[in-house]
Design a protein around this ligand. Structure first.
Ligand code: AMP
Length: 195
C-alpha cells in the first residue's frame, strides 16, 4: 500500500506518518529527513543542498527524484510506504506515478492535512522553542517558515487538484488535536484496506 501525507509545513505530516508506522507497520519515507541527514554527513548531495534547505526553498526535482528512486529500490518498501514531504511538486507527483506504475503499483490514498496559516506559525514557534532545543531544526524559524509556506503555495498546492482528479484525495481537518487527527487518518486507511 502507498500513502501520501500532504499539507503545509507544520501541519503534522511527520507526526501522523509516525503514527501510521506504529498502527500499521508501514515504512515512513521522509525526503526532508533523508536530505537533512545528507547535510549533516557533509556528503556531495549535502553540500549541494545545504543553503537551499537552510533558506526554506525546495531542492530540485532532479536531486529529490534521484534520492527517492534509490530509496524505493530497498526491500523494506514492500511493507507499504507512507510518504511524508514528498511529492512536493506536480513533476515529482508525475515521476512517482511512473516509478510506481513500472513496479505494478499505484498511490492508494493521499491524505491532505488542512491547517490555517496562523496555527502553522504558532506551531513552528513552539517547535523552535521547545525544551530539548537540540531537536529544533535550523529551518524552524518564523521567517524561514514564511518562505517554506510560499514554496508550498507556489509548488506543492497544485498537487491537490492533481490527486483530486485521480479520486484518491482525502481531506482531514488538521486543526483538531493530534490524537483525533490520528483516529480520522486510521479510519481512512482501515476503510481502504477492508475494501
Ligand atoms: P520537511 O522536513 O519535509 O519539512 O523538509 C525540509 C526541507 O527539505 C524543505 O524545506 C526542502 O528544502 C527540503 N525538501 C524536503 N522534501 C522535499 C521535496 N520533496 N522536494 C524538494 N525539497 C524538499
Amino acid at each position: 500500500m502507498n500513502i501520501i501525507l500532504l499539507g503545509p509545513p507544520g501541519s503534522g505530516k511527520g507526526t501522523q506518518a509516525r503514527r501510521l508506522v506504529v498502527s500499521f507497520g508501514f515504512l515512513q519515507i521522509s525526503t526532508g529527513e533523508i536530505l537533512r541527514e545528507a547535510v549533516i554527513s557533509g556528503n556531495e548531495l549535502g553540500k549541494k543542498i545545504k543553503s537551499t534547505m537552510d533558506a526554506g526553498g525546495l531542492i530540485s526535482d532532479k536531486l529529490v527524484l534521484e534520492v527517492i528512486r534509490d530509496r524505493l529500490e530497498e526491500p523494506d518498501c514492500k511493507r507499504g510506504v507512507v510518504f511524508d514531504g514528498f511529492p512536493r511538486t506536480v513533476a515529482q507527483a508525475e515521476a512517482l506515478e511512473d516509478i510506481k506504475r513500472a513496479k505494478g503499483e499505484t498511490i492508494d490514498i493521499v491524505i491532505m492535512l488542512d491547517v490555517d496559516d496562523e496555527a502553522l506559525i504558532t506551531r513552528i514557534e513552539e517547535r523552535a522553542t521547545r525544551a530539548g532545543v537540540d531537536e529544533a531544526r535550523s529551518d524552524d524559524t518564523v521567517e524561514i517558515l514564511k518562505h517554506r509556506l510560499q514554496a508550498y503555495r507556489a509548488w506543492t498546492a497544485p498537487i491537490i487538484p492533481f490527486y483530486a482528479d485521480r479520486g484518491i484525495l482525502e481531506r482531514v481537518d488538521g486543526m483538531k488535536d493530534i490524537k483525533e487527527v490520528g483516529r480520522t487518518v486510521n479510519k481512512i486507511v482501515d476503510s481502504f484496506r477492508s475494501n
